[in-house]
Design a protein around this ligand. Structure first.
Ligand code: SF4
Length: 537
Protein backbone atom coordinates (compact mmCIF):
# COMPACT_ATOMS: atom_id res chain seq x y z
CA UNK A 1 0.00 0.00 0.00
CA UNK A 2 2.99 2.26 0.39
CA UNK A 3 2.36 3.00 4.05
CA UNK A 4 2.15 1.47 7.48
CA UNK A 5 -1.58 1.03 8.01
CA UNK A 6 -1.75 0.46 11.74
CA UNK A 7 0.36 0.13 14.85
CA UNK A 8 -2.59 -1.15 16.92
CA UNK A 9 -1.45 -4.63 17.93
CA UNK A 10 -4.96 -5.55 19.20
CA UNK A 11 -5.96 -5.81 15.54
CA UNK A 12 -3.69 -8.83 15.17
CA UNK A 13 -5.93 -10.92 17.40
CA UNK A 14 -9.02 -9.87 15.43
CA UNK A 15 -7.32 -10.84 12.18
CA UNK A 16 -6.15 -14.17 13.66
CA UNK A 17 -9.67 -15.03 14.76
CA UNK A 18 -11.13 -14.00 11.44
CA UNK A 19 -13.22 -11.21 12.94
CA UNK A 20 -14.24 -8.46 10.53
CA UNK A 21 -12.23 -5.29 11.10
CA UNK A 22 -13.92 -2.05 10.04
CA UNK A 23 -11.92 0.14 7.65
CA UNK A 24 -12.17 2.95 10.20
CA UNK A 25 -9.85 0.94 12.50
CA UNK A 26 -7.09 1.70 10.02
CA UNK A 27 -8.04 5.27 9.14
CA UNK A 28 -8.87 6.68 12.58
CA UNK A 29 -6.63 9.63 13.47
CA UNK A 30 -4.87 9.68 10.10
CA UNK A 31 -4.45 12.75 7.91
CA UNK A 32 -6.74 13.13 4.86
CA UNK A 33 -4.18 11.78 2.36
CA UNK A 34 -3.31 8.71 4.44
CA UNK A 35 -7.02 8.03 5.05
CA UNK A 36 -7.76 8.07 1.35
CA UNK A 37 -4.70 5.96 0.46
CA UNK A 38 -6.04 3.30 2.85
CA UNK A 39 -9.61 3.64 1.62
CA UNK A 40 -8.58 3.38 -2.04
CA UNK A 41 -6.66 0.19 -1.22
CA UNK A 42 -3.18 1.64 -1.59
CA UNK A 43 -1.15 4.44 -3.09
CA UNK A 44 -1.84 3.31 -6.64
CA UNK A 45 -5.63 3.28 -6.20
CA UNK A 46 -5.46 6.69 -4.56
CA UNK A 47 -3.30 8.08 -7.38
CA UNK A 48 -5.76 6.86 -10.01
CA UNK A 49 -8.51 8.70 -8.14
CA UNK A 50 -6.30 11.78 -7.72
CA UNK A 51 -5.56 12.07 -11.42
CA UNK A 52 -9.25 11.58 -12.21
CA UNK A 53 -10.19 14.37 -9.81
CA UNK A 54 -12.02 12.05 -7.41
CA UNK A 55 -9.55 12.14 -4.52
CA UNK A 56 -9.08 15.16 -2.31
CA UNK A 57 -5.63 16.57 -1.57
CA UNK A 58 -5.94 19.39 0.98
CA UNK A 59 -4.50 22.57 -0.58
CA UNK A 60 -1.35 24.04 0.92
CA UNK A 61 -2.31 27.46 2.22
CA UNK A 62 0.90 28.52 3.91
CA UNK A 63 1.36 32.26 3.34
CA UNK A 64 4.68 33.63 2.12
CA UNK A 65 7.30 33.24 4.84
CA UNK A 66 11.07 33.07 5.15
CA UNK A 67 12.07 29.59 4.02
CA UNK A 68 15.03 27.26 4.16
CA UNK A 69 16.57 26.15 0.87
CA UNK A 70 14.87 22.75 1.13
CA UNK A 71 11.46 24.41 1.71
CA UNK A 72 11.97 26.67 -1.30
CA UNK A 73 12.71 23.71 -3.57
CA UNK A 74 9.72 21.78 -2.26
CA UNK A 75 7.42 24.81 -2.70
CA UNK A 76 8.50 25.14 -6.35
CA UNK A 77 7.82 21.43 -6.99
CA UNK A 78 4.59 20.93 -5.03
CA UNK A 79 1.77 19.72 -7.30
CA UNK A 80 -1.32 21.80 -6.71
CA UNK A 81 -3.70 20.16 -9.16
CA UNK A 82 -3.07 16.72 -10.66
CA UNK A 83 -5.87 17.00 -13.25
CA UNK A 84 -4.73 20.34 -14.70
CA UNK A 85 -1.07 19.68 -13.87
CA UNK A 86 -0.52 22.87 -11.86
CA UNK A 87 2.76 22.88 -9.95
CA UNK A 88 4.19 25.30 -7.37
CA UNK A 89 2.95 27.10 -4.25
CA UNK A 90 4.18 30.42 -2.80
CA UNK A 91 5.47 28.81 0.40
CA UNK A 92 5.50 25.67 2.52
CA UNK A 93 6.19 25.03 6.17
CA UNK A 94 7.10 21.87 8.09
CA UNK A 95 4.09 19.57 8.26
CA UNK A 96 2.56 20.63 4.93
CA UNK A 97 1.66 17.49 2.99
CA UNK A 98 1.26 16.86 -0.70
CA UNK A 99 3.01 15.51 -3.78
CA UNK A 100 6.24 16.91 -5.23
CA UNK A 101 7.07 16.52 -8.89
CA UNK A 102 10.48 14.91 -9.38
CA UNK A 103 12.89 16.07 -12.07
CA UNK A 104 14.62 12.68 -12.03
CA UNK A 105 13.40 9.26 -10.93
CA UNK A 106 15.89 6.40 -10.74
CA UNK A 107 16.14 2.84 -9.49
CA UNK A 108 18.71 0.06 -9.39
CA UNK A 109 18.59 -3.65 -9.99
CA UNK A 110 17.49 -4.49 -6.44
CA UNK A 111 14.21 -2.64 -6.89
CA UNK A 112 13.44 -2.12 -10.60
CA UNK A 113 12.18 -5.68 -11.28
CA UNK A 114 9.71 -5.70 -8.36
CA UNK A 115 8.39 -2.25 -9.27
CA UNK A 116 8.09 -3.40 -12.91
CA UNK A 117 5.94 -6.33 -11.75
CA UNK A 118 3.62 -3.90 -9.92
CA UNK A 119 3.39 -1.81 -13.07
CA UNK A 120 2.45 -4.78 -15.23
CA UNK A 121 0.02 -6.31 -12.73
CA UNK A 122 -1.77 -3.16 -11.66
CA UNK A 123 -1.72 -1.10 -14.84
CA UNK A 124 -1.42 -3.81 -17.47
CA UNK A 125 1.17 -5.50 -19.69
CA UNK A 126 1.30 -2.50 -22.04
CA UNK A 127 1.67 0.08 -19.26
CA UNK A 128 4.07 2.87 -20.14
CA UNK A 129 6.27 4.91 -17.84
CA UNK A 130 5.53 8.64 -18.09
CA UNK A 131 8.34 10.71 -19.66
CA UNK A 132 10.95 7.90 -19.81
CA UNK A 133 13.65 10.46 -20.67
CA UNK A 134 13.64 11.56 -17.03
CA UNK A 135 13.82 8.00 -15.68
CA UNK A 136 17.09 6.12 -15.21
CA UNK A 137 18.06 2.63 -14.15
CA UNK A 138 21.36 1.29 -12.82
CA UNK A 139 23.08 -2.03 -12.55
CA UNK A 140 25.51 -1.26 -9.75
CA UNK A 141 24.89 -3.30 -6.62
CA UNK A 142 25.57 -6.88 -7.67
CA UNK A 143 28.08 -6.69 -10.53
CA UNK A 144 30.82 -8.53 -8.62
CA UNK A 145 28.58 -10.84 -6.61
CA UNK A 146 29.63 -14.07 -8.33
CA UNK A 147 33.25 -13.55 -7.22
CA UNK A 148 32.36 -13.67 -3.53
CA UNK A 149 29.12 -15.60 -3.07
CA UNK A 150 29.81 -18.72 -1.01
CA UNK A 151 28.91 -22.15 -2.37
CA UNK A 152 26.05 -22.79 0.08
CA UNK A 153 24.28 -19.60 -1.02
CA UNK A 154 24.75 -20.54 -4.67
CA UNK A 155 23.15 -23.89 -3.90
CA UNK A 156 20.16 -21.98 -2.48
CA UNK A 157 19.81 -20.37 -5.91
CA UNK A 158 20.68 -16.85 -4.72
CA UNK A 159 23.17 -16.17 -7.50
CA UNK A 160 20.62 -17.17 -10.13
CA UNK A 161 18.13 -14.89 -8.44
CA UNK A 162 20.59 -11.99 -8.50
CA UNK A 163 21.27 -12.65 -12.19
CA UNK A 164 17.53 -12.66 -12.84
CA UNK A 165 17.29 -9.14 -11.34
CA UNK A 166 19.79 -7.92 -13.93
CA UNK A 167 17.97 -9.62 -16.81
CA UNK A 168 14.55 -8.34 -15.73
CA UNK A 169 15.84 -4.80 -15.38
CA UNK A 170 17.39 -4.93 -18.85
CA UNK A 171 14.11 -6.20 -20.34
CA UNK A 172 12.14 -3.49 -18.58
CA UNK A 173 14.45 -0.70 -19.74
CA UNK A 174 14.39 -1.95 -23.34
CA UNK A 175 10.61 -2.14 -23.34
CA UNK A 176 10.13 1.28 -21.73
CA UNK A 177 12.89 3.14 -23.58
CA UNK A 178 14.65 3.93 -20.29
CA UNK A 179 18.37 4.67 -20.21
CA UNK A 180 20.16 1.89 -18.34
CA UNK A 181 23.62 2.47 -16.93
CA UNK A 182 24.56 -1.17 -16.86
CA UNK A 183 27.55 -3.45 -16.89
CA UNK A 184 30.69 -2.78 -18.88
CA UNK A 185 30.63 -4.53 -22.24
CA UNK A 186 34.27 -5.66 -22.23
CA UNK A 187 35.15 -6.34 -18.59
CA UNK A 188 33.62 -6.96 -15.21
CA UNK A 189 32.17 -3.91 -13.47
CA UNK A 190 29.50 -1.23 -13.85
CA UNK A 191 29.35 2.11 -15.57
CA UNK A 192 28.87 3.74 -12.17
CA UNK A 193 27.22 3.63 -8.79
CA UNK A 194 23.84 5.32 -9.18
CA UNK A 195 24.43 8.39 -6.96
CA UNK A 196 27.88 8.95 -8.42
CA UNK A 197 26.62 9.27 -11.96
CA UNK A 198 23.54 11.24 -10.90
CA UNK A 199 25.83 13.89 -9.41
CA UNK A 200 28.39 13.74 -12.22
CA UNK A 201 25.98 13.74 -15.14
CA UNK A 202 22.33 14.51 -14.48
CA UNK A 203 21.43 16.45 -11.31
CA UNK A 204 21.16 20.25 -11.32
CA UNK A 205 20.78 22.69 -8.43
CA UNK A 206 17.20 23.23 -7.30
CA UNK A 207 15.89 19.93 -8.64
CA UNK A 208 13.89 17.26 -6.81
CA UNK A 209 15.41 13.82 -7.36
CA UNK A 210 14.08 10.50 -6.09
CA UNK A 211 15.93 7.20 -6.15
CA UNK A 212 15.42 3.76 -4.69
CA UNK A 213 18.40 3.98 -2.39
CA UNK A 214 18.85 5.53 1.03
CA UNK A 215 22.03 7.31 -0.09
CA UNK A 216 20.24 9.28 -2.81
CA UNK A 217 20.93 12.13 -0.35
CA UNK A 218 24.47 12.18 -1.83
CA UNK A 219 23.19 14.33 -4.70
CA UNK A 220 22.19 17.16 -2.34
CA UNK A 221 25.83 18.30 -2.51
CA UNK A 222 24.93 20.66 -5.36
CA UNK A 223 21.74 21.97 -3.80
CA UNK A 224 19.16 19.42 -4.93
CA UNK A 225 16.41 17.98 -2.78
CA UNK A 226 17.26 14.30 -3.30
CA UNK A 227 15.81 11.47 -1.23
CA UNK A 228 15.36 7.73 -1.17
CA UNK A 229 12.04 6.05 -1.85
CA UNK A 230 10.76 2.46 -1.85
CA UNK A 231 9.33 0.13 -4.46
CA UNK A 232 5.70 1.29 -4.19
CA UNK A 233 6.73 4.93 -4.46
CA UNK A 234 8.96 4.47 -7.52
CA UNK A 235 6.33 2.40 -9.31
CA UNK A 236 3.77 5.14 -8.68
CA UNK A 237 6.24 7.89 -9.57
CA UNK A 238 6.98 6.17 -12.90
CA UNK A 239 3.38 7.00 -13.77
CA UNK A 240 2.59 10.19 -11.84
CA UNK A 241 6.09 11.77 -11.83
CA UNK A 242 5.42 12.84 -8.25
CA UNK A 243 6.04 11.50 -4.77
CA UNK A 244 4.10 11.98 -1.58
CA UNK A 245 5.87 14.11 1.01
CA UNK A 246 5.31 15.83 4.32
CA UNK A 247 7.61 18.86 4.50
CA UNK A 248 10.28 17.98 7.10
CA UNK A 249 11.84 20.33 9.61
CA UNK A 250 15.41 21.40 8.83
CA UNK A 251 18.44 21.14 11.09
CA UNK A 252 21.24 23.55 10.26
CA UNK A 253 24.68 21.99 10.76
CA UNK A 254 27.30 24.71 10.78
CA UNK A 255 30.91 23.68 10.44
CA UNK A 256 33.29 26.52 11.19
CA UNK A 257 37.01 27.04 11.17
CA UNK A 258 39.79 25.90 8.87
CA UNK A 259 40.25 22.15 8.59
CA UNK A 260 43.57 20.98 10.02
CA UNK A 261 45.74 19.13 7.52
CA UNK A 262 44.64 15.50 7.35
CA UNK A 263 41.05 16.21 8.45
CA UNK A 264 38.48 15.50 5.74
CA UNK A 265 34.72 15.65 5.26
CA UNK A 266 34.58 12.03 6.41
CA UNK A 267 36.16 12.93 9.76
CA UNK A 268 33.67 15.76 10.11
CA UNK A 269 30.67 13.56 9.43
CA UNK A 270 31.96 10.91 11.87
CA UNK A 271 32.14 13.71 14.45
CA UNK A 272 28.55 14.77 13.63
CA UNK A 273 27.39 11.16 13.94
CA UNK A 274 28.61 10.90 17.53
CA UNK A 275 26.90 14.13 18.62
CA UNK A 276 24.20 13.47 21.28
CA UNK A 277 21.52 15.14 19.12
CA UNK A 278 22.16 12.60 16.37
CA UNK A 279 22.83 9.63 18.63
CA UNK A 280 19.54 10.17 20.46
CA UNK A 281 17.65 10.02 17.16
CA UNK A 282 16.56 13.66 17.10
CA UNK A 283 17.80 14.17 13.52
CA UNK A 284 15.64 11.35 12.18
CA UNK A 285 13.40 12.44 9.32
CA UNK A 286 14.75 15.99 9.20
CA UNK A 287 16.51 17.82 6.40
CA UNK A 288 20.17 18.38 7.29
CA UNK A 289 21.48 21.60 5.76
CA UNK A 290 25.26 21.92 5.88
CA UNK A 291 26.75 25.39 5.99
CA UNK A 292 29.62 27.34 7.54
CA UNK A 293 33.09 28.43 6.57
CA UNK A 294 34.46 24.87 6.37
CA UNK A 295 31.67 23.64 4.08
CA UNK A 296 31.97 26.68 1.83
CA UNK A 297 35.68 25.90 1.39
CA UNK A 298 34.95 22.26 0.45
CA UNK A 299 34.77 20.88 -3.07
CA UNK A 300 31.52 19.32 -4.28
CA UNK A 301 33.07 15.84 -3.86
CA UNK A 302 33.78 16.48 -0.19
CA UNK A 303 30.33 18.03 0.31
CA UNK A 304 28.89 14.83 -1.15
CA UNK A 305 30.51 12.84 1.67
CA UNK A 306 28.46 14.95 4.11
CA UNK A 307 25.18 14.69 2.21
CA UNK A 308 25.72 10.99 1.45
CA UNK A 309 26.11 10.18 5.14
CA UNK A 310 22.98 12.11 6.03
CA UNK A 311 21.48 8.64 5.64
CA UNK A 312 23.53 7.48 8.65
CA UNK A 313 22.58 10.66 10.53
CA UNK A 314 18.98 9.56 9.97
CA UNK A 315 18.02 12.66 8.02
CA UNK A 316 15.37 12.81 5.32
CA UNK A 317 17.99 14.36 3.08
CA UNK A 318 21.13 16.48 3.19
CA UNK A 319 21.68 19.68 1.27
CA UNK A 320 24.34 22.31 0.66
CA UNK A 321 23.36 25.67 -0.83
CA UNK A 322 24.95 26.15 -4.27
CA UNK A 323 27.76 28.70 -4.44
CA UNK A 324 30.90 29.49 -6.40
CA UNK A 325 32.26 25.94 -5.80
CA UNK A 326 29.05 24.55 -7.27
CA UNK A 327 29.36 26.83 -10.29
CA UNK A 328 32.98 25.68 -10.77
CA UNK A 329 31.84 22.05 -10.56
CA UNK A 330 29.09 22.60 -13.12
CA UNK A 331 31.48 24.37 -15.47
CA UNK A 332 34.54 22.12 -15.10
CA UNK A 333 32.97 18.72 -14.52
CA UNK A 334 29.64 19.11 -16.28
CA UNK A 335 30.64 21.36 -19.15
CA UNK A 336 27.98 24.05 -18.52
CA UNK A 337 28.58 27.63 -19.55
CA UNK A 338 29.38 29.80 -16.50
CA UNK A 339 26.36 32.05 -17.12
CA UNK A 340 24.09 29.01 -17.29
CA UNK A 341 25.56 27.52 -14.09
CA UNK A 342 25.13 30.85 -12.26
CA UNK A 343 21.55 31.18 -13.47
CA UNK A 344 20.71 27.70 -12.14
CA UNK A 345 22.03 28.61 -8.69
CA UNK A 346 20.10 31.89 -8.44
CA UNK A 347 17.87 32.21 -5.39
CA UNK A 348 18.95 28.84 -4.02
CA UNK A 349 19.80 29.77 -0.46
CA UNK A 350 18.04 29.77 2.87
CA UNK A 351 16.48 33.08 3.85
CA UNK A 352 18.39 34.72 6.72
CA UNK A 353 15.38 34.46 9.04
CA UNK A 354 14.31 30.96 7.99
CA UNK A 355 13.25 28.70 10.87
CA UNK A 356 15.32 25.68 11.84
CA UNK A 357 14.44 22.87 14.24
CA UNK A 358 17.85 23.44 15.75
CA UNK A 359 21.32 24.68 14.84
CA UNK A 360 24.34 22.48 15.58
CA UNK A 361 27.78 24.04 15.36
CA UNK A 362 31.01 22.10 14.96
CA UNK A 363 34.56 23.47 15.02
CA UNK A 364 36.59 21.80 12.27
CA UNK A 365 39.78 23.29 13.67
CA UNK A 366 39.26 21.29 16.87
CA UNK A 367 39.00 17.98 15.01
CA UNK A 368 41.54 15.26 14.38
CA UNK A 369 41.13 12.19 12.15
CA UNK A 370 38.51 9.76 13.45
CA UNK A 371 37.50 6.16 12.97
CA UNK A 372 34.09 4.68 13.72
CA UNK A 373 34.55 1.46 15.68
CA UNK A 374 32.85 -1.65 14.26
CA UNK A 375 29.08 -1.93 14.60
CA UNK A 376 27.80 1.58 14.01
CA UNK A 377 28.92 4.74 12.17
CA UNK A 378 28.14 6.65 15.38
CA UNK A 379 31.01 4.89 17.22
CA UNK A 380 33.47 7.63 16.30
CA UNK A 381 36.76 7.92 18.16
CA UNK A 382 39.85 10.04 17.47
CA UNK A 383 42.50 7.70 16.12
CA UNK A 384 45.00 8.89 18.71
CA UNK A 385 42.53 7.76 21.41
CA UNK A 386 42.33 4.14 20.24
CA UNK A 387 43.20 2.09 23.33
CA UNK A 388 45.46 -0.30 21.41
CA UNK A 389 46.98 -0.78 17.99
CA UNK A 390 44.50 -2.18 15.47
CA UNK A 391 46.10 -4.36 12.80
CA UNK A 392 44.15 -4.53 9.56
CA UNK A 393 43.72 -7.26 6.96
CA UNK A 394 41.66 -5.36 4.39
CA UNK A 395 41.64 -1.70 3.37
CA UNK A 396 38.74 -0.67 1.16
CA UNK A 397 38.83 2.61 -0.74
CA UNK A 398 35.59 2.65 -2.68
CA UNK A 399 31.76 2.84 -2.54
CA UNK A 400 29.64 5.89 -3.35
CA UNK A 401 31.13 7.65 -0.31
CA UNK A 402 34.80 6.87 -0.95
CA UNK A 403 34.97 6.38 -4.73
CA UNK A 404 34.84 10.01 -5.94
CA UNK A 405 37.59 11.87 -7.79
CA UNK A 406 38.78 13.72 -4.71
CA UNK A 407 38.87 10.47 -2.73
CA UNK A 408 41.19 9.12 -5.43
CA UNK A 409 43.40 12.22 -4.96
CA UNK A 410 43.75 11.19 -1.32
CA UNK A 411 44.58 7.52 -1.97
CA UNK A 412 47.06 8.60 -4.66
CA UNK A 413 48.75 11.20 -2.45
CA UNK A 414 49.35 8.73 0.39
CA UNK A 415 50.57 5.97 -1.92
CA UNK A 416 52.80 8.39 -3.85
CA UNK A 417 54.45 9.43 -0.61
CA UNK A 418 54.83 5.78 0.42
CA UNK A 419 56.55 4.98 -2.87
CA UNK A 420 58.89 7.95 -2.39
CA UNK A 421 59.92 6.40 0.92
CA UNK A 422 60.39 3.02 -0.70
CA UNK A 423 57.23 1.63 0.95
CA UNK A 424 54.21 -0.13 -0.50
CA UNK A 425 50.93 -1.54 0.80
CA UNK A 426 51.78 -3.61 3.88
CA UNK A 427 52.27 -7.30 3.02
CA UNK A 428 49.51 -8.46 5.37
CA UNK A 429 46.94 -6.03 3.89
CA UNK A 430 44.89 -6.28 0.73
CA UNK A 431 44.08 -2.70 -0.34
CA UNK A 432 41.19 -2.41 -2.80
CA UNK A 433 40.58 0.83 -4.66
CA UNK A 434 37.25 0.87 -6.46
CA UNK A 435 36.10 3.77 -8.62
CA UNK A 436 32.62 5.20 -8.11
CA UNK A 437 32.20 5.64 -11.85
CA UNK A 438 33.96 5.35 -15.18
CA UNK A 439 34.37 9.12 -15.11
CA UNK A 440 36.38 8.76 -11.90
CA UNK A 441 38.45 6.00 -13.58
CA UNK A 442 39.19 8.31 -16.53
CA UNK A 443 40.15 11.06 -14.07
CA UNK A 444 42.64 8.67 -12.45
CA UNK A 445 44.03 7.68 -15.85
CA UNK A 446 44.55 11.34 -16.77
CA UNK A 447 46.33 12.03 -13.48
CA UNK A 448 48.57 8.99 -13.67
CA UNK A 449 47.04 7.47 -10.54
CA UNK A 450 46.60 3.97 -11.97
CA UNK A 451 50.37 3.49 -12.08
CA UNK A 452 50.74 4.84 -8.54
CA UNK A 453 48.05 2.44 -7.28
CA UNK A 454 49.60 -0.51 -9.10
CA UNK A 455 53.20 0.29 -8.14
CA UNK A 456 52.14 0.57 -4.51
CA UNK A 457 50.42 -2.83 -4.63
CA UNK A 458 46.76 -1.77 -4.46
CA UNK A 459 44.11 -3.84 -6.24
CA UNK A 460 42.08 -1.74 -8.68
CA UNK A 461 38.40 -2.51 -9.20
CA UNK A 462 35.88 -1.18 -11.69
CA UNK A 463 32.79 0.61 -10.30
CA UNK A 464 30.25 -1.35 -8.27
CA UNK A 465 28.82 -1.32 -4.75
CA UNK A 466 30.74 -4.54 -4.15
CA UNK A 467 32.32 -4.86 -0.72
CA UNK A 468 30.07 -2.16 0.74
CA UNK A 469 27.21 -4.66 0.70
CA UNK A 470 29.22 -7.88 0.98
CA UNK A 471 28.87 -8.37 -2.76
CA UNK A 472 32.37 -7.94 -4.11
CA UNK A 473 36.12 -8.13 -3.49
CA UNK A 474 37.10 -6.39 -0.27
CA UNK A 475 34.33 -7.99 1.79
CA UNK A 476 35.59 -10.00 4.75
CA UNK A 477 35.22 -13.77 4.88
CA UNK A 478 35.77 -14.54 8.58
CA UNK A 479 34.81 -12.85 11.86
CA UNK A 480 38.43 -12.24 12.90
CA UNK A 481 39.29 -10.13 9.84
CA UNK A 482 39.65 -6.39 10.37
CA UNK A 483 38.77 -3.90 7.63
CA UNK A 484 39.41 -0.18 7.44
CA UNK A 485 36.94 1.26 4.95
CA UNK A 486 36.01 4.57 3.33
CA UNK A 487 32.38 3.42 2.93
CA UNK A 488 29.52 4.93 4.90
CA UNK A 489 28.19 2.24 7.26
CA UNK A 490 29.61 -0.62 9.28
CA UNK A 491 26.61 -2.36 10.78
CA UNK A 492 27.32 -5.98 11.79
CA UNK A 493 27.49 -8.23 8.73
CA UNK A 494 27.18 -5.37 6.26
CA UNK A 495 30.48 -6.14 4.52
CA UNK A 496 30.99 -9.72 5.59
CA UNK A 497 31.45 -11.32 9.03
CA UNK A 498 34.56 -9.28 9.97
CA UNK A 499 35.07 -6.07 11.93
CA UNK A 500 34.76 -2.87 9.87
CA UNK A 501 36.23 0.45 11.00
CA UNK A 502 35.08 3.50 9.03
CA UNK A 503 37.55 6.23 8.18
CA UNK A 504 38.55 8.87 5.65
CA UNK A 505 40.30 7.99 2.37
CA UNK A 506 43.53 9.41 3.84
CA UNK A 507 43.29 7.15 6.90
CA UNK A 508 42.34 4.11 4.79
CA UNK A 509 45.39 4.54 2.54
CA UNK A 510 47.77 5.36 5.41
CA UNK A 511 46.55 2.30 7.32
CA UNK A 512 46.95 0.11 4.22
CA UNK A 513 50.63 1.11 4.09
CA UNK A 514 51.24 0.87 7.84
CA UNK A 515 49.31 -2.40 8.26
CA UNK A 516 47.47 -0.92 11.24
CA UNK A 517 45.02 1.93 11.76
CA UNK A 518 47.11 5.03 11.35
CA UNK A 519 46.29 8.65 10.68
CA UNK A 520 47.86 10.26 7.65
CA UNK A 521 50.77 12.59 8.29
CA UNK A 522 52.17 14.35 5.24
CA UNK A 523 55.79 13.57 4.52
CA UNK A 524 57.18 16.99 3.71
CA UNK A 525 56.17 19.93 1.55
CA UNK A 526 58.51 19.04 -1.34
CA UNK A 527 56.94 15.60 -1.65
CA UNK A 528 53.40 17.02 -1.73
CA UNK A 529 54.56 19.49 -4.36
CA UNK A 530 56.10 16.71 -6.44
CA UNK A 531 52.78 14.85 -6.19
CA UNK A 532 50.80 17.88 -7.28
CA UNK A 533 53.19 18.38 -10.18
CA UNK A 534 52.88 14.69 -11.07
CA UNK A 535 49.09 15.00 -11.14
CA UNK A 536 49.14 17.61 -13.80
CA UNK A 537 51.85 16.12 -16.01
S1 SF4 B 1 28.17 1.84 -2.47
FE1 SF4 B 1 27.15 1.04 -0.65
S2 SF4 B 1 26.07 2.77 0.26
FE2 SF4 B 1 26.65 3.35 -1.83
S3 SF4 B 1 24.86 2.87 -3.09
FE3 SF4 B 1 26.19 1.08 -3.12
S4 SF4 B 1 25.49 -0.24 -1.44
FE4 SF4 B 1 24.61 1.79 -1.12
Amino acid sequence: MGLLTSTDFDLIEDVRRGRPVPLSAFTEGTDPITRQVIEYGGLFGFNVARFQGRAYVPPIQTPRRPMTLAEKILARHMRVDAVRDVVGVPAVQPGDAGFVVADWRFSHEYVTPMAAIYLERLVGPDARVTDPASVLCFRDHLTYLDLVMPEEKRRMGLLDLAHELKVRQEEFCRKQGIRLHGELPDRRGSEAICHSIMLETYALPGQVIVGTDSHTTHIGAIGCFAFGIGTTDIFNAWITKDVRIRVPETVLVRIEGPKPQGVTAKDIVLAILRHPFVKSGQAIGKVIEFDGETVRAMSVDERATLTNMTAEIGGFTGIVAPDEKTVEFLVERRGLRRSEAERLCEGLWSDPDAEYATVLTFRADELRPLVALPGDPGNGLFIDELPAEVWVDIAYGGSCTGGKAEDMDMYALVLYEALEQGRRVHPRVRFYIQFGSQEVRRYCERRGYLKIFQDAGAIILEPSCGACINAGPGASTSPDQVTISAQNRNFPGRSGPGQVYLASPLTVAASAVAGKITEYRPLHVECVERFLHHRFE
